[in-house]
Design a binder for this molecule. Sequence first.
Ligand code: GDP
Ligand code: MG
Ligand code: ZN
Length: 302
Amino acid sequence: MSVATFDARVIAAFGRHLLVQEASGRTLKARPFGRDLGAVCGDDVRCRNDPRHGEVHALEVLPRRTALYRSNARGRVEPVLANLTRLLVVIAPLPPIDPFVADRYLAAAESAGIAAMPVLNKAELGIDEAARAQLAVYSAAGYECLAVSAATGAGMEKLLSACAGQVAALVGQSGVGKSSLVRRLAPDAEVEIGGLMREEEGRHTTTVSRLYELPGGGRLIDSPGVRDFAPAVDHLQPRHLGFVEVARLAPGCRFLDCRHMREPGCAVRRAVESGSMDARRYESYRRLRRLAEDLTAAKGRR
Ligand SMILES: Nc1nc2c(ncn2[C@@H]2O[C@H](COP(=O)(O)OP(=O)(O)O)[C@@H](O)[C@H]2O)c(=O)[nH]1
Ligand SMILES: [Mg+2]
Ligand SMILES: [Zn+2]
């Protein structure tokens, strides 16, 4: 006898424990059936009730529309979040901005076809020189940027409308205010937070990604803060690695397969020399290109 299955969305995944949401909005605990499914927050999974044990089994991960991948500490590629349509890359005047982390998130999103938006939080502290410069660089690259404050609520309507009808995720360094923004925006966030956050050295730390419903009809994922983010280089767009300025400039390069490193007639280098592409963004591009080539060479040796 076949047992009816139903599809649900993974709203949190921690080891072999999944929290899934049915189409009706009901939230259920589920367990991967058999081997680890590799389901991540945002995934759609096919589920089945196991009446004998009063459990819900997640049988398979349904095809992902998009995925954000990273390269983990052992160099293995793993999905971080699935089915995103928007990535909100959060920076703040404090902690000090690591522009390379933000650039790598933006590059991974662009390569995955996820619309990225840099968001400066804690704007009420005053936008210092570093933050102002960073926003100017992203605006010049063509990104729409937001300045918001979870503390005062400034910019929340704009953030909500950026999430309307989307599956959006907040990513960025620890302490930039991702969870505070979620608490501002998602009415059900406060009640859920106790069970999923750990008191660590007197501070709340987000340890797993968690998807929340927004009043505007969108969905918003809070993710654990990172010190660094290594995108999976195999999933980066090969020509421009997800750097939007490089993508625009590359058709002007002499060689179709220009890597925009030392090649003669490179339109990207020309733009950097003339100041029309930001030199720090280009340095960020070069670091990612070297990382990609080192990993490819290491694979070739194995
Ligand atoms: N001044 C100020 N502090 C904020 C703001 N948003 C968050 N914080 C503080 O920044 C710290 C880290 O916030 P949290 O939301 O946990 O950051 P996360 O690690 O990115 O999730 C906490 O002490 C928050 O109270 C803001 O808009 N302004
Ligand atoms: Mg957090
Ligand atoms: Zn080039």
